[in-house]
Design a protein around this ligand. Structure first.
Ligand SMILES: [Zn+2]
Length: 539
């Protein structure tokens, strides 16, 4: 363990304080002492490590309000987090989209499915079940950043019935609720749903209501990766001239919140495909009306037009339920082809927008980073055949970056919305092409605010600090205030920006110093991976 941050004293001198509340910037200094913010304002020079911050912004450390990095914190390698440190991130809200690395039934036969989830970091086994046990492992290893954890409904359900497309038995149902209840009692901040992934996709609305009631009883947060983010999605039945599926998914979840009174966080509000972009007005209107009716709902977003996902999220529920046999059934393939053609055309999304980042198979890995039509041309197959072949060879684990999740106008508009909280929804891929969001999200938000002027500096900082802290009830974090935890970032407002390169892993610029609980983890732009700097935050 390093010299404890508890003994460190650092004076951040003569900067521009943007305190995370949304208040206008003001000149001043910030003294970090014993892991806390000891003083702020016009401070005298004293016996402390002093950093000249003139011309620089001093702000609370950034909170990644939608993260999947909990799967990486049990890894032996602390450098998985370097790209986030370089952005100024000090705290992650993890366990999203139904996936958490705990909350499992002890007798589970499905540990393999849980370990091989979308976010797995190498070959690390998940040899524990409860949040308390997971926390013990983390505290033994020492965290590099602060973590707030949600427990995944999908994880609990997978540990009971695997990916079986069936309702849970009454005994399993009760046990699932018990597993979630236990994690919440042990300090998890809420429950996450992943309704586009197996097995969340098989859960009916009544089940979601029961989970929401449980969360409400604990007065915690329900987060949801919704059932659809495009106007047409295989997760809902095809009804000609029916309601756009992404709007239906918002209706469903606002319905859960209205019926149960649960506090709801709608995860990564994206609009997949150019046709879905026409529903933005109505989607925002749905949220605004719910908020006007006192429904406690916010959403999170990222600043890239593309996002990372599993290739299999494209598959309709009926096909997923019959995997892997469906891949070899000519009838199922024919039906899928028709639905894909109709679906892609309806949504304004297609093979051209699918970039394979990690094919997860020796046969296709050389194509990582390429768009699907390019790969298809190289392997001399149709786009459709290539997509299914990649799914098959990867054991349906292939990952991609899908484009047309947003356009710039939607990003600008959502950033201005009072219910928007900023997040990366990203993780570094163990191999292949990288998601730029894991390398540049927070600098990019700031860069957009500066270049496009859609929101002010203090508002941008608020949405990645104080606003997220309030939403997730992070005690004494997310703001620069005397007595608060010394999670702090120093950046150059005139230079801060994400980078761009061919492989998606360009470093950002303009972020200079980062402290977690007073411990420097970025010094003059140099990342330090410090075990024990971060804490498990309990709720
Ligand atoms: Zn998600």
């Amino acid at each position: 363990m390093p010299t404890s941050s508890r003994d460190r004293k650092t004076l951040l001198r003569n900067g521009l304080i943007v305190d995370g509340t949304g208040r206008a910037p003001r000149p001043g200094s910030v003294l970090l002492d014993g892991g806390r913010i000891a003083a702020m304002g016009d401070l005298p020079q004293e016996a402390a490590t002093t950093i000249d911050c003139s011309g620089k912004v001093i702000a609370p450390g950034f909170i990644d309000a939608h993260s999947h990095m909990d799967f990486f914190s049990v890894s032996k390698d602390p450098h998985h987090f370097d790209s986030f440190t370089a952005q100024g991130v000090t705290t992650f809200v993890a366990g999203n989209c139904g996936f958490s690395p705990f909350g499992f039934a002890p007798q589970t036969k499905h540990r393999g499915l849980l370990e091989n989830s979308l976010f797995k970091a190498g070959t690390d086994a998940l040899n524990w079940n409860t949040f308390a046990e997971y926390r013990e492992v983390l505290e033994g290893l020492g965290l590099t950043h602060n973590f707030l954890h949600l427990v995944g409904h999908g994880a609990a359900r997978t540990s009971l019935s695997g990916f079986e497309a069936r309702p849970l038995s009454p005994a399993e149902y009760a046990q699932m609720l018990n597993l979630l209840d236990r994690a919440l009692s042990e300090g998890a901040a809420g429950v996450s749903l992943g309704l586009q992934y197996k097995p969340g996709v098989f859960a009916k609305l009544e089940e979601l209501d029961d989970v929401a009631h449980l969360v409400k009883r604990h007065d915690k947060l329900l987060t949801v990766h919704a059932k659809a983010y495009s106007s047409f999605s295989g997760t809902y039945p095809m009804v000609p001239f029916g309601r756009a599926h992404n709007l239906k998914a918002i209706d469903d979840m606002l319905g859960v919140a209205r019926r149960t009174g649960v506090r709801l966080q709608f995860s990564h509000l994206i609009f997949v495909g150019s046709s879905t972009w026409k529903t933005v007005d109505e989607a925002i209107d749905l949220f605004d009306r719910a908020i006007a009716d006192d429904v406690d709902v916010c959403f999170d977003m990222f600043p890239y037009r593309c996002g990372a996902t599993l290739l299999n999220t494209l598959l309709p529920e009926w096909f997923m339920a019959r995997m892997p046999d469906a891949l070899r059934s000519p009838l199922a393939r024919a039906r899928l082809w028709v639905e894909a053609e109709v679906g892609f055309r309806t949504v304004g999304f297609g093979y051209e927008q699918m970039q394979i980042t990690n094919a997860c198979s020796p046969e296709y890995d050389e194509h990582n980073g390429r768009f699907l039509p390019d790969i298809a041309a190289r392997v001399r197959k149709s786009n459709f055949e290539t997509m299914l072949d990649i799914l098959d060879k990867s054991n349906i684990e292939a990952r991609g970056l899908f484009h047309r999740y947003y356009n710039d106008e939607i990003i600008d508009r959502l950033m201005r919305h009072p219910a928007a909280i900023f997040a990366s929804d990203s993780w570094p891929e163990p191999g292949g092409h990288q998601n730029p969001a894991a390398y540049g999200t927070f600098p990019r938000f700031l860069h957009i605010a500066r270049e496009r002027g859609n929101i002010s500096l203090e508002s941008a900082v608020h949405k990645m600090t104080g606003s997220a802290a309030t939403r997730f009830r992070l005690n004494e974090r997310g703001r620069l205030e005397e007595g608060y935890a010394a999670d702090v970032v120093v950046f150059d407002w005139n230079a801060v920006a994400d980078g761009a390169n061919e492989s998606g892993d360009a470093a950002p610029s303009g972020v200079e110093h980062v402290f977690v609980n007073g411990e420097p983890i970025l010094e003059a732009g140099q990342v330090r991976a410090v075990r024990g700097a971060g804490e498990v935050l309990l709720s």
